[in-house]
Design a protein around this ligand. Sequence first.
Ligand code: PEP
Ligand code: MG
Length: 600
Amino acid sequence: MSDRLLKGIGVSGGIGVGPAVVVRWAMPEVPHRVVPRAQVEKEVRRLRAAVRDVKRYLQDLKAKAEDRAGVDEARIFDAQILMLEDKEFLGGVADLIRENHLTAEKAYEFKALEVRDAWAATGSPRLKDRLTDLSGVAIRVIEHLMHRGSDELWEGITQPSVVVAKELAPGLTVQLDREHVVGLVSEEGTRTSHAAILAHSIGIPAVFGVAGAIERIAPGTMLVMDGTRGTVLLDPTPHEIAEARARELRRRELAAQLEQAVNLPAVTTDGVRIVLRGNVDLPDEIAAAREHGAEGVGLLRTEFLITGHSALPSETEQADYFRRVAEAFPDHPVIVRTYDLGGDKLPAPFRTVSEVNPQLGWRAIRVCLDRPDMFRSQIRAALRAAVHGDVWLMIPLVTRLDELDRTRTLVAEEAAQLEREGVASATSLPLGVMIETPAAAIMADRLAAEADFLSVGTNDLTQYTLVVDRGNARLAERFNPHDPSVLRLLKMVADAARAAGKPASVCGEMASEPLSAFLLIGLGYETLSVAPPALPLIKWTVRQVSAARARAAAEQALAARTADDVLDVLRLALAEAVDLKLLDPDGRLPAARRPASLNV
Ligand code: PEP
Ligand code: MG
């Protein structure tokens, strides 16, 4: 099968089965023709008229997109209109017409290719995404100037088909008719390209980034494309088609059940209430966390305030952000994690000599304590925001008790200082530590006695326990939070917190995956903080399992020899309560792995 299976990025979920319609959507061949000097100005006027007409056309598409995809998605066409009317671009085209006596279409083609090359050369993923928009506008203008239309592409499609293209512009995507186009496959494009966003809103499965699709897929080839898995299967057997359809049915069934669970409490069948919070890395995740019913933010990552900026954010900027998040969750805590900077991701002002071993180097709480000005401003911001909500503070990568002591002293000093300055602020706030190193896990009883709460970062805890760089693809198989050694540490931490009467949660990525969430409940964690899109799935899982059974499974898992044995134990136990095929229609449990790109 492998030679019939093409892989790409699933950008819009669901499966599409049908024959391939291969569209060659590309810049038309523009013949070279010299314009007599006397007609040059007429050619410039022809350019302006074409821009006016295409603008009207794009406005029509925008209206269509509002109907079909939504008001926000329709703004994609505003971006295209801005490109179309860009004065510098049009001035450049007019200059080419006047100076080189080119036709309007030839001059437009030259200029569009020049800009395309310049954008491609920057290597910026954002500009790369916008290249298709640029081509979409250019093709439309050039075809208009050549008195040709491109919409006819879709008119030849008479039966449910999968459209295969080199690239797809949003203007084409928004016109797709779901009855005839059951899937999209494209060589170019990413999850954030505008065509992907529209395909997702309109509900057409799509796989982008399929290298060599045009060459490999002959027109009329039967395809099964899976926009969830990101695969395209050529010439499927009847059995493979049936299997794909069954998978899709299971996915839909699960989606329907998840939707029902969103507004129900996360309680196990034997009555244990599990608190589910959201991990927020970037501001746009606040809304997703709320929509999915997060009971506060269990991990507010703050690195985005620094990375990619040339200067540190001001205290007020930070306070405003923390306040905004706190106000979004009026009845729940928001746990601000202080800067987890480190390794090669240090902001410019802190980059000194490069380190041979950055993961074991100057990072996280170590940087903060060595740069008290920066740390104090973050502490002050949290204290100020705490007037507007239940703001807690948490320090990452703790290895020693004195890191907690020193932070506590700074918090007390800044609270007193703010009071002296007459700034509205809290007099204190809950201060917790992240358990992310074997050192912290081993000292969990002492840390639990002295901190207000513990939160386990299983991504780093796994990395440092197993001595496996979490971003090293070569070692990905070894990066396994289910290793019995990690389980023992997790158990020690949960027990230590319970003995000290302090809350403990898990905010590492494993909490976002059902099998592991089941294990964590069994190990004694009653608060999990997960990636916002995973909230419904975890709640659905919680509502079907019993905490007693989870505890028994965790006991068994702790006695297992290897990570694989742990997973077998968990699968068997969870299967008693949950239809694993429904829970994991793609059969890929456990799935959640933190993408290396997010590592800081
Ligand atoms: C972790 O290490 O598990 C964690 C939650 O922190 P981060 O992934 O941001 O390092
Ligand atoms: Mg971490």
